[in-house]
Design a protein around this ligand. Structure first.
Ligand SMILES: [Zn+2]
Length: 233
């Protein structure tokens, strides 16, 4: 019997978690780094064993290590941590035990409850705040575009900032809350415009530009700093 596959591995940069995946349609073994959590994802085709995956991982250890080293620094949601809401620094302040709750007050995020629940409580607070802000923003833009929003949800996807479903549901990454306001403005305009045009044609972009002045600067900001948003929490 072969040994179970390792769940983490030491690289020159440090230890990283390894996640193993099977993919029927994969033709070869694929290595990928997920910025959220700095996890190494190894995707195996059906007929390749984990030993082959492990061999490939060892062969490309220097590349994996360089990718991990190139990731922006991670921010852990803990007492004293500084996180950017709307691009402005806010400090997490732990108030001690008591009712489990977190709220944003000025430039602080005040948290109480058992210390082991702090990160989870802050994350829930940020998701709720993201949903509140994006709902307001989307309602304003949808009114201007004269389109109805069926539903707005906030999620934590690893690759997209927003999406628009055929049933009129808009979905946003809560992490956009960490980006500057002009980036949020563009991201919401983009998805609201999809309620009218599901493609990325000329009419779509012209509506996006009607709904937000920040298309270029926001796209540039996300291309430059987007990975950093995935490194919080
Ligand atoms: Zn789009």
């Amino acid at each position: 019997m072969s040994a179970p596959p390792p769940e983490s591995m030491r690289f020159a940069h440090g230890r990283a978690q390894i996640r193993w995946r099977r993919h029927a349609a994969a033709r070869r073994i694929c290595l990928r780094i997920e910025p959220r959590g700095g996890v190494v994802i190894v995707t195996l085709p059906l007929r390749r064993g984990r030993a082959a995956g492990l061999a490939l991982l060892r062969h490309h250890a220097a590349w994996v290590s360089a990718c991990l080293a190139a990731l922006p620094a991670a921010t852990v949601l803990a007492d004293g941590a500084r996180i950017p809401l709307g691009g402005r620094a806010h400090h997490i302040r732990y108030l001690g035990a008591g009712r489990t709750r977190a709220r944003i007050a000025g430039r602080e995020i005040l948290v109480s409850g058992a210390p082991e629940h702090l990160a989870r409580t802050v994350r829930a607070c940020l998701r709720a705040e993201a949903r509140r802000r994006f709902t307001l923003l989307a309602a304003r833009k949808a009114a201007r575009a004269a389109v109805p929003i069926a539903r707005l949800v906030v999620r934590d996807p690893s690759t997209r900032w927003g999406s628009c479903a055929a049933d009129g549901t808009l979905a946003f990454s809560w992490r956009l809350l960490l980006a500057p306001a002009f980036v949020q403005d563009y991201a919401v305009a983009h998805e609201v415009a999809h309620l009218r045009h599901m493609d990325h044609g000329a009419q779509f972009w012209s509506l996006v530009d009607e709904l937000s002045r920040h298309r270029k600067s926001a796209a540039h900001w996300l291309a430059t700093h987007g990975t950093g948003l995935l490194r919080v929490g």
